[in-house]
Design a binder for this molecule. Structure first.
Ligand code: SF4
Length: 361
């Protein structure tokens, strides 16, 4: 099969490797662009959230490249995530594309359906073989998460502008080419060593910001206007609330989600509201307790779970004395507007920190 999938940050090389291990031709999507978004927005319902539109644009690009199968996965609701797989399928079929659609619900929610879809994808390979390649993919995922965290730590301390991003891209290339278990292990060591060679000043004390919100706009740099890189270049160290390994543990292999942040959220929001809405509430508290200087909430425009979380931001911000910037993103959002808001937020955090140091002196 010629199989394509949506692009989401560092998940892309993992999907490519799994598909190739299963003997498929991977039609690996390029990082989305403004054209991808415009293409998706043209055919998506206006109310759809931006991840839906970007992924739809990506599918259209991949179908034009000859993909005959699309692999996707989605949440179970109660927000629109529960509808999006089917909606993507119908829109593409209405546009006249012929393809097979393999859609995964969370395995513990619909185990039989998950099994059937996995069976289609694995073809004649044994379950033992499939288990081995999933374990291998997870080990690669762990290295990629580690490299991202290293880049987030080094970037605000780098001595030469842009050297972290350059090192990170080279490290990602090494990892992309590593396909077997031993190759992944040795490429992982080389990639980490490469990142450590980026010259940086470890005595700097950058501002620290937690990134929270909806998964796609957190993980896909195109969707968030390369926010991590922008902040790093403004001298800010970031840490996201979601990395792919934690998402796998909390949301794919469990139905409970990240219980740490959900428990913290309980006094403010005692139930799940879809997506990572409840987590966003708990994550603000977590970052405040861990001494972060601020939190940025990323939300697709009209994202219901994040709107619910946002309604609690003023209270949380006051109770935990932490500034929170919410950025709603849609296809009309402009890069310059985001940059201006980030600069203002960084100034605000900087002033707060200077004031608290003066008071403490
Ligand atoms: S979590 Fe938000 S962006 Fe994602 S499908 Fe639900 S409403 Fe849309």
């Amino acid at each position: 099969m010629k199989v394509a999938f949506g692009h989401m940050g560092t998940l892309t090389p993992i999907m490519e490797m799994i598909l190739e291990d299963l003997g498929h031709e991977a039609i690996t999507p390029n990082r989305p662009t403004r054209q991808t978004l415009a293409l998706g927005a043209k055919h998506a319902p206006e109310f759809a959230c931006i991840p839906f539109k970007i992924v739809l644009g990506t599918y259209l690009e991949c179908l034009k490249l000859g993909a005959d199968t699309l692999v996707s996965g989605g949440g179970y609701g109660p927000c629109r995530a529960g509808l999006y797989g089917e909606l993507h399928r119908r829109i593409l079929k209405d546009l006249g594309y012929e393809f097979d659609f393999i859609f995964f619900w969370p395995p513990l929610k619909k185990p039989f359906h998950f099994y059937k879809q996995l069976h289609k994808l694995k073809g004649h390979h044994s379950w033992v073989y499939l288990w081995r390649i999933i374990k291998k993919a997870y080990s690669k995922l762990a290295v990629l998460d580690d490299l991202e965290m290293m880049a987030q730590r080094i970037r605000p301390r780098e001595l030469k502008h842009g050297s972290t991003s350059k090192g990170f891209e080279q490290a990602m290339d090494m990892m992309r080419q590593a396909k077997t278990g031993p190759e992944i292990a040795s490429a992982g060591e080389e990639a980490r060593a490469l990142m450590q060679k980026v010259p940086f000043d470890d005595t700097r004390q950058p501002l620290k910001v937690g990134i929270i919100g909806e998964i796609y706009v957190q993980l896909e740099p195109f969707a968030n206007y390369f926010l991590e890189e922008q902040l790093g270049h403004m001298g800010v160290e970031v840490r996201r609330s979601i990395y792919l390994t934690s998402y796998t543990r909390h949301d794919i292999l469990s139905t409970r989600g990240d219980m740490g942040s959900r428990t913290l959220a309980m006094p403010y929001l005692a139930q799940k509201v879809g997506g990572h809405g409840q987590n966003s509430v708990g994550d603000i508290i977590r970052y405040a307790k861990n001494g972060y200087n601020g939190v940025i909430q990323l939300a697709p425009f009209s994202c219901i779970p994040e709107i619910v979380a946002k309604s609690l931001v003023p209270r949380l911000s006051k109770d935990y004395s932490i500034p929170v910037l919410t950025i709603f993103i849609d296809e009309q959002t402009g890069a310059a507007g985001i940059q201006t808001r980030l600069e203002a937020f960084v100034d605000l955090m900087d002033q707060r920190r200077s004031r608290s140091l003066l008071v403490g002196a």
